[in-house]
Design a protein around this ligand. Structure first.
Ligand code: 6PG
Length: 249
């Protein structure tokens, strides 16, 4: 069975994930001098970012040694209300002493969006922070990738029925998501699955059925893309609240 923590509510879930992040960051900094994390969009991650930015928690992380990446981005400028960068900036980054050069943003404003995916691929390939030992092939081995899950089973911007689900080589893709009528930029499964730790944050009753499908149903990632997240040589953890877990045995 998967590594699943069920918490009574969002508040307690966030408190647990805060400890998880603080500990992983301390461990990574002690071992290699830095901590690399990919952030996601979504409502539960936002509450987590706010908690990480709040003292005394904020003082438990050596922000100067943290390098922040994104799992996905909406195709909008960085000051747009829909921007995942903006959300993370407002909730977390502007409140903590993290150097600007440690923030690796996906350029949602790029037109066409494929330019952003090409550029972000180069960012990942060239980032000196990842030594040879911190790569799986060419993919960076991020210390932690935070993910949400939509009630349609998508994660990051890997949506049902899309080609990105089966991507094997590219690390970043930008593509048109027909069901949303917009383009998205996303890390691909090989990029996410190269991480040392991947954590899903899932809350609310509306996710219950999909959580059951993803965790206990047959492997069919075309319909349930979150199933494609299986770190090759890393840890996969699910932090879910009671409402989202209500249909699990
Ligand atoms: C995004 C996200 C996306 C999100 C899920 C869950 O940019 O929209 O990265 O994958 O995490 O849709 O979002 P909620 O936590 O708001 O349900």
């Amino acid at each position: 069975m998967e590594n699943i923590s069920v918490l009574p509510d969002t508040k307690q879930l966030v408190a647990m994930v805060v400890e998880y992040v603080v500990n992983l960051a301390a461990e990574a900094v002690a071992q290699r001098g830095h901590f690399t994390i990919a952030l996601s969009g979504g409502s539960t991650p936002r509450v987590l970012y706010e908690a990480l930015a709040t003292k005394p928690t904020a003082d438990r992380i050596e922000w100067g040694k943290v390098h922040v990446f994104w799992g996905d981005e909406r195709c909008v400028p960085p000051d747009h209300p829909d921007s995942n960068y903006r959300m993370a900036h407002e909730a977390l980054l502007k409140h903590v002493p993290i150097p600007a050069e440690n923030i690796y943003r996906m350029e949602g404003e790029a037109n066409p969006p494929i330019e952003a995916s090409i550029k972000y691929t180069k960012t990942l390939l060239r980032a000196e922070i990842f030594s040879k030992e911190e790569r799986v092939g060419l993919a960076p081995r991020l210390d932690l990738v935070l993910l949400g899950m939509g009630d349609d089973g998508h994660t990051a911007s890997i949506f049902p029925g899309t080609e990105v689900i089966f991507e094997k080589t590219d690390l970043v893709m930008a593509y048109y998501v027909a069901k949303l009528g917009v383009s998205r930029i996303t890390l691909t499964p090989p990029a996410i699955n190269a991480a040392a730790h991947v954590a899903f944050l899932v809350t609310g009753e509306s996710k219950a059925e999909m959580l059951k499908n993803v965790l206990t149903g047959p492997y069919q990632p075309v319909t349930w893309p979150s199933q494609v997240i299986r770190p090759a040589n890393g840890e996969l953890v699910w932090f879910v609240d009671k409402a989202a877990a209500s249909l699990l045995e």
